[in-house]
Design a protein around this ligand. Structure first.
Ligand SMILES: C[S@@+](CC[C@H](N)C(=O)[O-])C[C@H]1O[C@@H](n2cnc3c(N)ncnc32)[C@H](O)[C@@H]1O
Length: 252
């Protein structure tokens, strides 16, 4: 599927909630392929403004091409949403959208290292400028650190068995590819449900750790909220229960 045909998640709900109007100012804090952004841009014409933010350089490049015709109404910012306090004035926006999780190009392209379905380097960095990869984590973490990540970020019930097996195996062969790790996990803790890959939870755990997703979300919510004018709206689409918990706690 061409990226531009990609259908953004909960588009109608997002538009109903944010209620973009001509002249309004918005932040798409996770612009990705720009599916939500294009819809918001159309609704705020002719004199509204949208910031498109992503920590992934590929997403920024993609949107630079996609939105070239919106030159004076759209600005791309390559950073984490928790860093927006330094890039956008406080109390200046009518709405902020955060659509959390990985994008389809991140998952679909094996070389990004997110997928247990497509072989590639054990990378998982959303921001390719950062140093720490999943390969580094798997190689360097102590048993207790690996166990904590698998339990807390993956909610993996067989975390102890898996963490012990990884620590033992890496002394024989280092883990360097997603396919190698996924196969090892399938052999160590086979899934009882054929529809769910045994590596699903462990891959989620590693991805969250590599990208410091939960810490960034906690900070990002405060920062993004601070960008809003009085009466502005912050919309967050969560992907898993760990994120949802943080967002609900913030909203209380
Ligand atoms: C689910 S996709 C967003 C899809 C987008 N709404 C669309 O319509 O195409 C999530 C995007 O958020 C980005 N992202 C995740 N965490 C981020 C963070 N802390 N700061 C900035 N971007 C982030 C990812 O790189 C990814 O491109």
């Amino acid at each position: 599927m061409p990226h531009s045909k990609h259908k953004p998640v909960l588009l109608n709900e997002v538009l109903r909630f944010l209620d973009p109007k001509p002249g309004f100012r918005y932040v798409d804090a996770t612009v990705g392929l720009g599916g939500h952004a294009v819809a918001i841009l159309k609704m705020i014409e002719p004199n509204g403004f949208l910031y498109g933010v992503d920590q992934d350089g590929d997403a920024i490049e993609w949107c630079r091409n996609r939105f070239s015709q919106y030159e004076n109404k759209f600005q791309l910012l390559h950073c984490r949403f928790a860093e927006l306090g330094e890039r956008i004035s406080p109390d200046s926006c009518d709405g902020v959208l955060m659509d959390l999780g990985v994008s389809s190009p991140q998952l679909d392209r094996g070389e990004r290292g997110f997928s247990f379905m497509r072989d590639g380097p054990l990378d998982m960095r959303m921001d390719q400028n950062r140093n720490l990869t999943a390969e580094d984590l798997i190689r360097d973490m102590r048993l207790d650190q690996l166990l904590t990540i698998l339990r807390q970020y993956g909610e993996e019930p067989k975390a102890l068995r898996l963490a012990r097996a990884i620590v033992k195996q890496r002394q024989i062969t280092p883990f360097t590819s997603t396919g190698q790790l996924a196969d090892f996990i399938s052999q160590t803790i086979p899934s009882r449900n054929r529809k769910i890959h045994a590596a699903t939870k462990a891959f989620q755990a590693l991805r969250i750790a590599v990208n410091e997703e939960l810490e960034t979300l906690e900070n990002g919510l405060k920062i993004c909220f601070g960008l809003l004018k009085k009466g502005g709206r912050l919309g967050v689409i969560t992907f898993h229960s760990l994120e949802a918990r943080i967002v609900k706690r913030f909203g209380v």
